[in-house]
Design a protein around this ligand. Structure first.
Ligand SMILES: [Zn+2]
Ligand SMILES: [Zn+2]
Length: 389
């Protein structure tokens, strides 16, 4: 471990304080103020309001012009917490069910350690991002000039993984987490009495055929070696037993690992929706919204973060061929701007351990020293190594 024991207790305190006061995306006022105040108390230069409620800390040491970025997310989820422990959420209907309280505390811990020891030569940008949970915090920071104002030669982030043992890390080079899109297909037929189908155009039947036909995208259009999910998750139509409605709406989500796959799904979805609808004399229009690009780790930075993790926990505890996951993560937007890598950190594999986004979830304080050590080690090695080049 690269951080002192005393810091572990402090990180747990910060983590529990943040857990007890969760805030939704772009509403992280208390959280970002807590982060900013802590950073200032460590002697870190603080910039507030980057991407609305985002905070960036700038920590310099030595004379090198080189730089590295570390990122944590700060937002909570609209979930009613089921836990009863002392640090449970004080805010009704909001909880830290994804462990962003832990991510924030780990990065604060690394900041404090680096500010004290300054065993590096260059600039660290400590990026505390708002609104990771599907509402565009990474994009807001990038659009706000994050990497123009705080240039980073490389960038690193991490997420806890329930079910993986404490003191273990997993990473993989290339695509690691899926890109995600939401879609709506609006179908217009011709409303008519339920007993006189010959006089109308039934959008419910059209929606059913489109739903079935969409499943051919994965089985017949995507390359079998590529991983793609197309899920229709909502069908809305009609209000009465004896009325064939005028319109129907299909909605759902798409997950895949490349821009090409996402484009293929969008194109095929449009063709199928419009073509099937036309065959029935109806019309369909697709609204396809790609929300997150796939998260793609850069090869050199992946090797580097895995090497640093091996220094913290031993090579036997670092899985360099970690699993692909169909979940999405908007750190992918930052990685499209700056080379870097995202790693998973074990949240514990105890029986009854809880998945993220569940009302019984809690970040494991035991993971804090591993994460903070890795963040600190990344800086010390990256900026030391760069200077020696
Ligand atoms: Zn989440
Ligand atoms: Zn998360």
């Amino acid at each position: 471990m690269f951080i002192p024991e005393k810091l572990q207790d402090e990180m747990s305190e910060w983590r529990r304080d943040i857990h007890a006061h969760p805030e939704l995306g772009f509403q992280e006022k208390r959280t970002s103020e807590l982060v900013a105040a802590r950073l200032e108390s460590f002697g870190v230069e603080v910039h507030r309001g980057i991407g609305k409620t985002g905070v960036v800390g700038v920590l310099k040491s030595g004379t090198s012009g080189r730089s590295v970025g570390l990122r944590a997310d700060m937002d909570a989820l609209p979930i009613q917490e089921a836990n009863t422990f002392g640090h449970r959420s004080r805010h009704d209907g909001v909880m830290h069910a994804c462990g962003h309280d832990g991510h924030t505390a780990m990065l604060l811990g690394a900041a404090q350690h680096l500010a004290r020891t300054r065993h590096f030569d260059g600039t660290v940008h400590l990026i505390f991002q708002p609104a990771e949970e599907g509402i565009g915090g990474a994009k807001a920071m990038v659009d706000d000039g994050l990497f123009r104002r705080f240039p980073c030669e490389s960038l690193f982030g991490m997420h806890n993984r329930p079910g993986m043992a404490l003191g273990r890390f997993a990473v993989r080079s290339g695509p690691m987490m899926a890109g995600g899109a939401f879609f709506d297909i609006a179908i217009t037929g011709k409303g008519v009495h339920g007993a006189r189908p010959e006089a109308g155009i039934d959008p419910v039947l059209v929606a059913s055929h489109i739903t079935t036909a969409l499943q051919s995208i994965v089985s017949r259009n995507a390359r079998p070696a590529d991983t793609v999910v197309v899920s229709v998750t909502q069908i809305h139509a009609g209000d009465a037993y004896n009325v064939i409605p005028e319109t129907a709406v299909l909605s759902g989500t798409v997950r895949c690992f490349s821009k090409e796959s996402m484009k293929l799904v969008e194109d095929r979805m449009r063709l199928i929706a419009e073509g099937v609808a036309a065959g029935f004399g109806a019309t369909a229009s697709l609204d396809f919204r790609a929300l997150f690009p796939p998260l793609v780790n850069h090869a050199d930075e992946t090797d580097f973060i895995a090497d640093c993790a091996a220094e913290v926990v031993g090579p036997e505890n670092v899985n360099r061929n970690g699993p692909l996951t169909m979940a999405s993560e908007d750190f992918s937007i930052m990685l499209n701007n700056v080379p870097g890598a995202y790693i998973q950190i074990g949240n514990g594999d105890q029986p009854g351990g809880c998945e993220v986004h569940n009302p019984g979830y809690d970040f494991n304080d035991g993971a804090l020293p591993y994460g903070a050590s890795l963040f600190a080690r990344l800086v010390e090695r990256r900026l030391a190594r760069m200077t020696a080049d």
